[in-house]
Design a protein around this ligand. Sequence first.
Ligand SMILES: [Fe+2]
Length: 597
Amino acid sequence: MYILGISAFYHDSAAALIKDGELIAASMEERFSRKKHDNGFPTQAIQFCLEQAGITANDLDYAVFYEKPLVKFERIMLTTLNTFPNSWDVWKEAMVSWLKEKLWVRTAIANDLHIPYDKILFCDHHMSHAASAYFASPFDEAAVFTVDGVGEWTTTTLGIGRSKIGDDTDSPTLELFDEQRFPHSLGLLYSTFTAWLGFRVNNGEYKVMGMTPYGEPNYVDKVEKVFNLNRADGSFSLNMEYYDFHQSIERSYSNKFLDLFGPNRPPDLEFFTQATNPERSAEKAAMDKNQYYADVAASIQYMTEEALISIANHLHKTTGMKKLVMAGGVALNTKANYRLLNETPFEEIYIQPAAGDDGGALGAALWAHHIVLGKPRKWVMPHAYWGKEYSNAECREFLDSHGLKYESFEDQEEKLVETIVDDMLNEKVIGFYQGRFEWGPRALGNRSILADPRGAEMKEVVNTKIKYREPFRPFAPVILREKAPEFFDGYPDIDKHEAPRYMLMVCPIKEDKQDKIQAVNHEGTGRLQAIDRESNPRYYDIVAKFGEATGVPVVLNTSFNLRGEPIVNTPQNAFNTFNNSDIDTLALGPYIVRKPS
Ligand SMILES: [Fe+2]
């Protein structure tokens, strides 16, 4: 039985295909369309999923959309009518986009796939999130916590999943028993500050998080004016006088917000503080201004963490569960995830790599299989590599047809690994490309840029010569899973946990190790990826070999793309990125391409 899940028309459109409850393929549309955060109908991602399974749309038993468009339309209409005439522009824009395409999802799916209407199902947005986490997790029973900007009406749900993995007679249940509704939303709270701090909503939230270690949460009192949190049960509300996201297409914060927090940070303002650039302390006025923005970023991050912890504590009390699964855009807040693991009674937290709306495609398909059809569970997500693969022959064909010089290490795996490690030891930056690309927003070792993490200067090299991005944004360390407790502090046995496998948790770096991995040390913390050999042998062997040579089983890993572009998909994308940057070595499958030195 084949079920296709689809998410589209908001941001990060995606498709995922399951066969008898097991994932076959999944991808965001942006990897194919090359349009970052592509929100169109995911025609190419769907095509890829079908090809990967070797089927056509005729073979599909169901196609499931990740939310209910009519209910969402109702929310937008009611909200704009409530705030009319202020919301006139929002209403006008919504009418155009909804009448043009968003309302006709059933027709769009039927037309694209040529399947009858009765094969098309719709799953609630937050149920899609919940199912994407719970049914991919290794847990029989778990408390479920979804949290994002907004779905149809809902912004947060609490629930419980029960089933027995591997029991053929079991009928899984997934109940969402409590919710918070629009406009009261942790996602919209965070994105309002994201916009005020000069970053793009649904894109710049990581940048806010990147700024936070340079600030202190000195403005929590101000944040508490715009956001009310009841720490006893985690209930919260936004003080709507401070927001405009429900009635403006231009700005998510109101004039009252500006009166409270002051002028917004211009997007092109250069960011530097005493901590990032002590040599510029003469530029005091600019430095103070930046310090204020960093302090506000730290304050909103702190309050978001407090809210998530309060909700999770309440969820634990209500359900008595030991395990927690999370999804929704806010579950990608990797700093909060560390505190959730450490400061709540939950023993384990599971978040699958596509925790945002792209993951809704997977959740919708799994929901149909386990809840609508009542099928038992037998599958647990083993890794994050569900995208398209280009074979060695295709890589070679690309290189040959473009007349590119390369060294071949076909059937010489050990030599390939040694060569890549040698280049890293010689301070080269590697574009590392192999296998099927990753599911979710992170590059996890199949479309990654790799480099020596030991010296601080490598951060500068990768930032200024390759990524062309804000200098305060950190690079991630990839570490052998079994070595993670030697380098990372905090929770005992960090290697036993799932979240660091997918780079979904920021942890403190042990004090005596911080100067050993300077390029991935972000003010004493790192967003580690802890890898095992089983899920990615070549990647693991590279980190292990680098560890043998240096005593540091850690490599700098950042996504293989240029600033503003989606992560590379094809050999052509990889070569273009290599060619248009100062990446020194391209490892395209078993072929090594080097720039003339
Ligand atoms: Fe969502």
